[in-house]
Design a protein around this ligand. Sequence first.
Ligand code: UDP
Length: 425
Amino acid sequence: MFGSVPTIPKSLDDYRPIIGDDKIEEIRELARALKGARVLHVNATAFGGGVAEILGTLVPLMNDVGLETDWQVIRGADEFFKVTKAMHNSLQGMYVPWSPEMFDIWRKYNALNAELFDESYDFVVIHDPQPAGILHLLRQYDPQAVEGRWIWRCHIDLTSAQPDVWDFLRPFVDEHDAAIFTLRGYVKEDLRRPEIAVIPPSIDPLSPKNGDMAIETVADILQEYKVDIHRPMICQVSRFDPWKDPLGVIDVYRMVKHHIRDLQLVMVASMASDDPEGWSYFERTARRAGEDEDIHLLSNLNGVGNSEVNAFQRAATVVLQKSIREGFGLVVSEALWKGRPVVAGNVGGIPLQVDSGKTGYLIDTTEECAQKVLYLLKHPKIATAMGARGREHVRENFLITRNLRDYLKLFTQVKARKAATTAAR
Ligand code: UDP
């Protein structure tokens, strides 16, 4: 095979105090019928990005409930990853010129990985477009070699996918038994064969980024970054990317600062050394921030990791997510889980998380955003009540345990459907 990713064992029972006995029992019940099933998750990277973050918890939890679950990362070289990055962007709606050579490269590496596929599984979950050709190419080598049920899990928003790229990919996806999308609106209606499931992503409430944190630790972390815990602070955690509108965030802060003179703004972004777009957007943001010492632009490069993100989200009076376009926006659930109200762009998966007027506000313009942030800063009791409702909303809908349950349900359905089809033959 390609190479297993080691994960740290986890126990479903640790989540019992968070989600309660009934939900734990529901998961165990579903898992009982699938006990011993061999499951493989396949994706393109072991580190960085939401998919790796989810698999790091989902895989050990599947093992804990009795499925023999493995996570493997496909092999590839630079030329492949360049093509898959372009494919990813074009499927998310950015125009990318495509050449037959690019398709050939994608196919070549999928064929190479199909050749390495030498084990059998009951369920194979293929994440995203990079490895989506393995099933087809495996069948080409040896139709008998394909066993179990194959599921394609799409983590990206395909609504504005570039037609030539999707037309190329679609027949490969069509061979799968099921396809999972993040939102109902992201489902590609032209898929013919797979059973369609809608499963939103999730956060791990016990991870260093989301777990409880003592107020002293929060205070220490803020002090380390020279953020005053005694003054109001608003925060956005996001890549420096035009779609996350960091310039708009600074404008919002300025408008609100006019009324609340001691306001601070913390913007956290993870920067990759090989991401030129991120750097140029960082520079633009820094220029707009100017000499204002109450604006803190922080990143992994000055030591901001999971615990720091946890502390800043917790300490914020209001969390912003001023996105103009968004896949799901997991960072919104992360903030709501910490009991903070979120003022966020009315795009992508954000409206599923922010119930406007109840757990924060959905906004369309910078002015509206500033107005809502100011309102929440002036009404701390309302802000706290909204944050508390947000936490409950996330508990109910966006925790990793719900994601696990949805996978188990889908496995059960796909298994039943395949059994019925085989019996009918
Ligand atoms: N994130 C982080 N540090 C940063 C910026 C982002 O850890 O400096 C994390 C954030 O907490 C979230 C993920 O990266 O878990 C971003 O996921 P989201 O769905 O919000 O946006 P994406 O970047 O995938 O568009």
